[in-house]
Design a protein around this ligand. Structure first.
Ligand SMILES: [Zn+2]
Length: 268
């Protein structure tokens, strides 16, 4: 039997232990190999494919992650719904470390990343006004609330190019714009999922206050890693709960994102 999965998780390496009956699959895609071998297994009754976003040994910095290969690989395994846990900085002092933000909007401040599958063969314009899956968002918000997290339903994730953090002036400007959190991996992941008609939901764990809202020296990489390590067990539980609560059938608009559009190739 060919190994298949319904739900994809792209996250940190701490998520391996989520999967029962795990099997590792080496995949190639027209966009090269994904970040690492894909692990397919079960969480409860759901079949799940997991990709460590930065690779198992964390070899890919945010701007070098093979985003196109990752989403393509998931879709080729049968995945139609993707959960994307990640660490973010907060732009709003009231959402401190430990808050879970389930954003409903995104601002792209990256540059030079491959952000489309449709480079040739005619223009393909997908709708991206609402970048996240409404069903997935509702599930993630309930799971986070039930798990006792300080849960923020909605908000804007601004994705910066990195790998450096923002300057204080940049961060203050983001905060003044009313944006909520800042990260480095949420784009182009979200748009590539949409281009493959996948559901995509971000579960953003605030690990620190960004430079524009905190009074100290600004974030360090060690602080982020330490905070994430302290919370990895709780995040695992949250992702497992959300996976099991995702609807079996998709009634959201994501599935029809490509309806009526002439595609230059067949989707996997
Ligand atoms: Zn959806």
């Amino acid at each position: 039997m060919v190994t298949r999965a319904d739900i994809g998780v792209i996250g940190g390496s701490g998520f391996y232990s989520l999967l029962d009956d795990a099997e590792e699959i080496e995949l190639s895609t027209p966009y090269g190999p994904p970040s690492d071998v894909v692990t397919v297994g079960r969480i409860g009754s759901r079949s799940v494919a997991f990709i460590p976003r930065h690779g198992r040994d964390h070899r890919f910095p945010p701007h070098r992650i093979p985003y196109r290969a990752n989403l393509w690989a998931l879709r080729s395994l049968g995945v139609r719904q993707v959960l994307a846990p990640s660490a973010v900085g907060s732009l709003q002092a009231q959402y401190g470390p430990g808050a879970i933000v389930v954003p409903d909007q995104l601002v792209d401040r990256t540059s030079g990343r491959a952000q489309t599958y449709y480079d040739a063969g005619g223009a393909v314009h997908v709708s991206f006004a609402d970048p996240y899956c409404p069903s997935g968002r509702a599930v993630a918000v309930s799971a986070a609330r039930e798990g006792g997290w300080h849960t923020v339903d909605g908000g804007t994730l601004v994705v910066i190019e990195g790998p450096r953090f923002s300057t204080r002036a940049e961060s203050q400007r983001f905060a003044r714009n009313g944006w909520t959190i800042v990260g480095m991996t949420g784009f182009p992941e979200a748009v590539l999922a949409r281009e493959l008609a996948l559901c995509y939901t971000s579960l953003s764990l605030v690990t620190d206050l960004d430079a524009g809202v905190e009074a100290g020296e600004g974030v360090t990489h060690d602080e982020v890693l330490e905070f994430f390590a302290q919370n990895v067990h709780r995040m695992r539980t949250l992702v497992a709960d959300a996976v099991q609560a995702l609807p079996e059938a998709r009634i959201c608009p994501c599935a029809s994102a490509l309806d009526g559009i002439k595609l230059p190739f067949e989707l996997p």
